[in-house]
Ligand binder design. Structure first.
Ligand code: G3P
Length: 235
C-alpha cells in the first residue's frame, strides 16, 4: 500500500515545459504545493513534470509521479527519446501518452502500451474526441483523457461542452469497464473540476490553470476541496 492516496477522483497536473513556472526550482515548489494539498485533503494528485525534472521530483515528492511521454523502446541508443526501462529505473508510476502536443498514432501507442504493461507502468492516453477516446480505450490503458485540442491552454473549459464529456464516458464504458475516463482542456477552477466529476468522469488532466496561476497554491487547494466534496457525496 503506497503511503500516498491513489483512489478516484484524480487531479493530474501536467507541468508541460512552461518556463519558468513549471521547470527546475519552480517545478519542485509546485510539486510541494501539490503534495501538501494531497495530504491535507486526502486526495489523489499526480504531478507530471517535464523530463528534465522527473528524477528530482520522484526522489523528493511523496506522490505518484507520471512522465509526459514514453517511447516504444526498451533502452539503449535512442538519443533524445524516452524509452521505457529508464523510466522504470527512476521510479515513475505512470506516463501520459499521445498528448495533442506529442501525438504518436495507434501503432506506436499499442506497442508502447505493451511495454508499459509489462513493466507495470500506468498509462493515461490522451485523445482529442469521444470517438478517439473509444479507440484508445480498446487497448485498455489505465485511463483515457479526452481533450479537445482547440481548448487546450485557453480559457474555455471542456466542461462547457458537457455533451462531448458524457459521450466519452458512454463510449469508453461500452468498450471496457477497466479504463477510467478523465477530461481536460481549459480546466482552470474548482467549479470546472466539480463539473467534470458531475459529468461522470473520474478526474481531470490540466496544466495552465495550475502551472500558470498567479497563486498556484490557492487554486490547487480549492480543487482538492472540490474533490473531497465529490468523494463525500459519492461514498
Ligand atoms: O495536459 C493537459 C493539457 O493539455 C490541458 O492544458 O492548459 O488547457 O489545462 P490546459
Amino acid at each position: 500500500m503506497p503511503s500516498y492516496y491513489f483512489e478516484p477522483p484524480y487531479l493530474i497536473v501536467n507541468f508541460k515545459t512552461y518556463s519558468p513556472e513549471g521547470v527546475g526550482k519552480k517545478a519542485y515548489e509546485l510539486a510541494k504545493i501539490l503534495e501538501k494539498a494531497a495530504n491535507e485533503y486526502g486526495v489523489t494528485i499526480i504531478p507530471v513534470p517535464a523530463n528534465i525534472d522527473l528524477t528530482k521530483i520522484i526522489e523528493e515528492i511523496n506522490l505518484p509521479i507520471f512522465a509526459q511521454h514514453a517511447d516504444p523502446f526498451e533502452q539503449g541508443s535512442y538519443t533524445g527519446f524516452q524509452p521505457i526501462m529508464p523510466l522504470k529505473e527512476i521510479g515513475v508510476t505512470g506516463t501520459l501518452l499521445n498528448h495533442s502536443e506529442h501525438p504518436i498514432g495507434f501503432t506506436k501507442l499499442e506497442k508502447t502500451l505493451d511495454l508499459l504493461n509489462r513493466e507495470k507502468i500506468m498509462a493515461c492516453v490522451c485523445a482529442a474526441s469521444p470517438l478517439l477516446s473509444k479507440a484508445a480505450a480498446s487497448l485498455e490503458p489505465w485511463a483515457v483523457a479526452m481533450e479537445p485540442p482547440e481548448l487546450i491552454g485557453g480559457d474555455v473549459s471542456v466542461t462547457t461542452q458537457p455533451e462531448i464529456v458524457k459521450e466519452t464516458v458512454r463510449l469508453v464504458d461500452e468498450v471496457t469497464k477497466e479504463t477510467l475516463v478523465l477530461c481536460g482542456a481549459g480546466v482552470k477552477t474548482d467549479e470546472h473540476v466539480k463539473g467534470a466529476l458531475d459529468l461522470g468522469t473520474l478526474g481531470v488532466l490540466l496544466a495552465s490553470g495550475v502551472v500558470k496561476a498567479a497563486n498556484q497554491e490557492e487554486v490547487v487547494q480549492k480543487m482538492a476541496k472540490a474533490m473531497v466534496e465529490w468523494k463525500e457525496k459519492n461514498n
